[in-house]
Design a protein around this ligand. Structure first.
Ligand SMILES: Cc1ncc(COP(=O)(O)O)c(C=O)c1O
Length: 401
């Protein structure tokens, strides 16, 4: 018997922990902006593996990079030198504020590394006992203990205590609240330029600039979490470029290797002095296979001008969502930059809308009951946006479904 959705559901039920509330679809193939399920039905993907498949699915150049490396050397560990890792680090340094890179396997791990480096740097390089991390309410930084402590959504950690100490949360986009909280005891301020999982809330220009200034003034580090907003998603390689500032550290993951698991912490040379051998490491972090996928992804982003496409199509998409807001009256607010967009509904059936979209061949995401989120591959076209918008118009005008 062929493998199908029913078998997948039954295995999920029998053998997998119940961490995920899955939608009823089994994707078996992807190409570009398209996915296919086990019945052969085609979908346009506006989620791209939660923002990871920035160059679309199964891009031939990324496949070639993976296959070439897989047939030569998949893994050796960080006990030894590794050419793709060195080359990827050099490329990231060339395109960012950073001088030094640490590779790991996920956004969460990049955050853990950033928190550890911030505290260690303060103690050993600066000789200062300051360990308080200030982050924003409604933020999301991952689900490990450090990342969860930094995440400004208390409901996500309330049954997992005791939590690590030394974390303070302040309202996002409120510079006065930040000024009141950052003191000579602050080790670092950790912010997403655009809060992703919290509902796609964009930092005001003055807020990030003000946070940068404040950190400089108080001697605290500024860590930007660009796990979701990075790798071209907002129409700049990294979202902070829109703000004309640069951080002391940045975390990235998701799109970096086009859908293969990777995370990275980027830092200035000064801050990177805090890590010495043994401070942090991971078996797989930056292994030859994933770094080859990431190198290929970076090349595709550049050669196919996907960051520029994200800016162009993202502007068009947002305007279309705003027009839908006018025409249906069902949308309270449209938020986001580039291809990191959300529509906050006046109604609470976002999950049902996601399900109806799936039935009609469109993969979109909801955050809670009121927010529709769009994180398509950066190669999405205005025509595909038009098609989705026609479907959304039908669903949102109809009072559903
Ligand atoms: C801003 C941000 N930071 C960290 C994470 C955690 O990344 P990961 O799921 O790769 O551990 C996410 C995941 O959505 C994120 O959006």
């Amino acid at each position: 018997m062929d493998y199908d959705l029913e078998i997948a559901k039954s295995q999920d039920n029998d053998y997998l922990m119940a961490n995920y509330a899955r939608l009823p679809v089994l994707f078996v193939r992807g190409h570009g902006t398209r996915l296919w399920d086990d019945t052969g039905k085609e979908y346009v993907d506006f989620v791209s593996g939660l923002g990871a498949c920035v160059a679309g699915h199964c891009h031939p150049e990324i496949i070639a990079g993976i296959v070439r490396q897989a047939s030569q050397l998949i893994h050796v560990s960080n006990l030894y030198y590794n050419r793709p890792q060195g080359e990827l680090a050099e490329m990231l340094v060339r395109f960012t504020f950073a001088d030094k890179i640490f590779f790991c396997n996920s956004g969460t791990e990049a955050i853990e590394a950033g928190l550890k480096l911030a505290r260690k740097y303060m103690r050993t390089v600066r000789g200062e006992e300051r360990y308080i991390i200030v982050s924003a309410l409604r933020s999301f930084h991952g689900r490990g203990y450090g990342a969860m402590a930094a995440t400004g959504q208390p409901e996500k950690s309330k049954l997992f205590g005791p939590m690590p100490e030394g974390f303070i949360h302040v309202p996002f986009n409120d510079l006065s609240a930040l000024e009141e909280s950052v003191s000579d005891d602050t080790c670092a301020v950790l912010l997403e330029p655009i809060q992703g999982e919290g509902g796609v809330y964009v930092a005001d220009p003055g807020y990030l600039k003000g946070a940068r200034e404040l950190c400089r003034e108080k001697g605290a580090l500024l860590i930007l979490d660009e796990v979701q907003s990075g790798m071209g998603r907002t129409g700049a390689l990294f979202a902070h470029e829109h703000y004309g500032i640069s951080p002391d550290m940045m975390t990235i993951a998701k799109g970096l290797a086009g859908g293969v698991p990777i995370g990275a912490l980027l830092a200035t040379a000064e801050v990177a002095k805090g890590f010495i051998p043994g401070d942090y490491g991971t078996t797989f972090g930056g292994n030859p296979l994933v770094c080859s996928a990431a190198l290929a992804t970076m090349i595709v982003l550049r050669e196919e001008q996907l960051v520029e496409n994200a800016a162009r199509v993202g502007t068009y998409f947002k305007e279309k969502l705003e027009a839908l807001q006018q025409s249906t009256g069902a949308i309270a607010e449209v938020r986001g930059i580039g291809l990191m967009l959300a529509a906050e509904l006046k109604r609470d059936d976002a999950r049902e809308i996601v399900e109806r979209c799936l039935e009609r061949g469109y993969v979109v995401n909801n955050i809670g009951p009121t927010i529709l989120r769009f994180l398509p591959p950066l190669s999405i076209s205005t025509r595909e946006v038009d098609e989705l918008l026609a479907t959304l118009e039908e669903l949102l005008s109809g009072g559903i479904v």
